[in-house]
Write a protein that binds this ligand. Structure first.
Ligand SMILES: Cc1cc2nc3c(=O)[nH]c(=O)nc-3n(C[C@H](O)[C@H](O)[C@H](O)COP(=O)(O)O)c2cc1C
Length: 508
């Protein structure tokens, strides 16, 4: 090919490129003009009406800002609901890495409210800290439940979570020896797949055990309880993220399979009532507990978030009037900082007591009534690392449950899209393309390793404090920073009613 022909092709290419450039520029100008007209003529957004097109950048930057803060600018210990250090701890524990750190802690012990544990001067010489002792829940039931594990999976409904996520939880929980709470969406085959212990939750809509009017169907409950892995039943009054509101599953997540398990129509918002129609007070609650326990033969308790009034006192009075055998076998206290698949923001932000206050309050009410040995206490609310779990044991819990800790173990990256069916990690979406990333076999191992790591480090903390075992931790083992260089014992903040820490679960 001659030089002339080369020049010819070069000119041709330049012409093509400049035509393409003019085309792109023209299209962009047209798009800007259209957007400008749209912005100028709309009336809802003042910024866009006053600053057409440019006003849109605000929204884009606000949206992107969240991602930049999440990955780039936020410090390790400053994000909510979970900071990077907490998420990283769970991810590393779930990956089976030994969660050891080097050089020094980045946890600032100075801010008011920070908790730290009180080590014993001469801890026991054994290299392996002692295992927790087994606890019996529901000693008066036909089928009491006995378990030693401290840390368990909190209720997350089938529907809020994807099928692969529930499969991984079921298998992982079996390997770790912890229980899995079904949440309020009914019992799915995926819950049973791994063969772990299950806590069946009855939400206010009674999904899975409801009759045509939405009331408790005794036959359905009996059939469900006959599944051997179902070991306890939890009546849900409320959860920390939305006191006063029932569960919400947006229409996009109500697939025909999920609808069939719940007994509702598909592709419509599934909104549970604010309360069980049968339960309007403490006496009704005890009636319901008795009914469920009689029908199932299983330990039965309830889950709630505590508020301002002293209705737990009234409940204890009613229990004492009927006799301790009529008590709920457990109470799950969920802190206001608890999570949800979908909840109104104001309820999430500002209603209910945080677990720091609610847990000692519930425990002390039981102690004062002489019922602490009878009623087991389960705590939840942002207790995803060993520090939170050990604190809850000190405050008086027998067991600690977590939802979002287990989600992190499944690969959750805190994208905060649980309500949109677009979860990028497959944990809370029913979109098969997005579920592809969540391999239930691999994630089951991560769940197992996460639970093991939490249990191991809680034992380490108990050992360092000189406690005989994790459930022998007491309030005197924790101090709370006052923010001015001093701290106060947790026992001083929440003194035990009566003579001192009660004989609780250990060995019971
Ligand atoms: C995705 C998701 C779904 C949940 N579904 C339920 C539910 O069905 N029933 C319930 O009682 N709580 C539900 N919860 C609340 C948790 O069980 C738990 O009480 C709360 O999140 C506190 O634990 P965490 O801080 O470890 O997440 C859900 C939470 C999440 C994040």
């Amino acid at each position: 090919m001659g030089t002339e022909s080369h020049i010819h092709w070069l000119l041709y290419l330049l012409e093509l490129l400049s035509a393409l450039f003019v085309f792109i520029l023209g299209t962009a100008a047209l798009a800007v003009a259209v957007l400008a007209v749209v912005d100028l003529t709309q009336r809802r957004d003042a910024v866009r009406r006053n600053y057409p097109v440019l006003g849109r950048l605000r929204g884009v930057l606000e949206h992107l800002g969240r991602f930049f803060r999440h990955y780039v600018s936020a410090l390790d210990r400053e994000e909510l609901p979970f900071n990077r250090a907490e998420r990283r701890w769970v991810h590393r524990a779930a990956a089976g890495e030994r969660p050891v750190a080097a050089f020094g802690s980045t946890r600032d012990l100075r801010p008011a409210g920070t908790v730290y544990f009180v080590n014993a001067p001469f801890p026991a010489p054994e290299a392996e800290p002692p295992e927790p002792s087994p606890v019996t829940v529901g000693p008066h039931c036909a089928r009491p439940y006995r378990t030693a594990g401290v840390f368990h999976a909190s209720g997350m409904s089938y529907g809020a979570l994807s099928r692969p996520a529930v499969l991984a939880l079921s298998h992982g929980a079996r390997m770790a020896g912890c229980w899995l709470n079904t949440g309020e969406g009914g019992l799915a085959p995926a819950h049973l797949d791994g063969g772990c212990d299950l806590v069946f939750q009855i939400g206010t809509a009674k999904y899975g055990v409801r009759d045509a009017e939405g009331r408790l169907d005794p036959q359905a409950l009996r059939r469900l309880a006959a599944h051997a892995p179902v070991r306890m039943v939890e009546i849900k009054l409320a959860q920390g993220a939305k006191p006063g509101r029932g569960g919400i599953l947006p229409a996009a997540k109500v697939t025909p399979e999920i609808a069939a398990i719940r007994g509702i129509p598909p592709w419509r918002d599934a909104v549970s009532p604010a309360r069980h129609p049968e339960i309007a007070g403490p006496a009704d609650l005890l009636d319901m507990v008795a009914r469920v326990r009689d029908l199932t033969g299983l330990p039965t308790g309830f889950k709630t978030v505590l508020g301002g009034d002293r209705w737990l006192d009234a409940l204890c009075e009613e229990i004492l009037r009927r006799g301790a055998a009529h008590a709920p076998d457990f109470i799950t206290v969920d802190g206001a900082e608890g999570g949800s698949g979908a909840a109104p923001a104001s309820l999430m932000d500002a209603v209910g007591l945080p677990i720091r206050e609610a847990l000692p309050l519930a425990v002390d009410t039981l102690i004062a009534a002489g019922l602490r040995g009878r009623v087991r206490v389960i705590a939840s609310g942002r207790l995803v690392t060993p520090v939170g779990v050990a604190w809850a044991l000190c405050a008086g819990a027998d067991f600690v449950c977590s939802a979002r800790g287990f989600m992190f173990a499944l690969g959750c990256i805190q994208a905060m899209r649980c309500d949109r069916n677009t979860c990028p990690t497959g944990v809370t979406t029913h979109d098969p393309r997005r579920q592809r990333g969540l391999d239930p076999r691999d994630k089951a191992l991560r769940v197992r390793d996460y639970v093991r790591a939490v249990e191991r480090e809680v034992r380490l903390i108990a050992h360092a404090c000189g406690a005989r075992e994790p459930r022998a931790l007491e309030r005197r083992h924790v101090r709370v920073s006052l923010g001015d260089g001093r701290s106060v014992s947790f026992e001083q903040l929440f003194p035990y009613p009566g003579a001192g820490p009660p004989a609780t679960a250990a060995g019971g």
